[in-house]
Design a protein around this ligand. Sequence first.
Ligand SMILES: [Zn+2]
Ligand SMILES: [Zn+2]
Length: 250
Amino acid sequence: MSQSYDYSPTHRAVEIASIFGLGVALGFIGYEVYLGLAGPFRDQALWLAPLMAFVAYLAADFVSGFVHFMGDTFGHENLPVLGQSFIKPFRDHHVDPRGITRHDFVETNGNNCIVTIPAALLVYFLVPARSELWANAFAAFSAWLFFWVFMTNQFHKWSHLEEIPPWIAALQRFKLILGPDHHDVHHTPPFDKYYCITTGWLNPLLYKIRFFPTIEATVRWISGSPEWLVGPEDDGSKDAGAPGASTNPS
Ligand SMILES: [Zn+2]
Ligand SMILES: [Zn+2]
């Protein structure tokens, strides 16, 4: 299916390069982890890799929620550099939730790769995965985290599709990835909760402890809520942190 995009060709090129680059970087980190597991840690740490995959899955859900919260809450579309490329997609998504279903693979996943790649390079060059046990575990965790972050907006897109392949529907039904009903809670005004979009597993907990409203209130208090930060369109409705009128989080 051929699809078009309506953002700058330069950003498009950076997205494509980042998707390839992240794939290569994950391959290199994975190879370093393998060298450690097949070498010095052969008899002691094989269980670490799958454990790290699971811990990283939880961490990715948290990261997805945090970045999504930042994109929804602070700044506005006219900010230089970040505005058009990173903040606008978050705002557009509330106005037109099904817009994401018209995005191709590059537009859906490119931005996540752009922000992930610097961290992946740092891990590859700075973490001695093949010689230190802690470093091997950390590199495995990081690689899995980058991979799950990469998958996050794909899971998010699937949660908005009307027709999905049965195997994806099964993953959603078993709550292994973000499900449409769960994600609907976020798309209910005032759009101030259930920001996590990898699996959504952390949403009930973060909602209960008022994690995001507390951060928002703190930032507003410290910064004095300048217009460039909270955006001219913000009417303060998120301050109340009230549950949506028609959808109860569960
Ligand atoms: Zn949102
Ligand atoms: Zn959504």
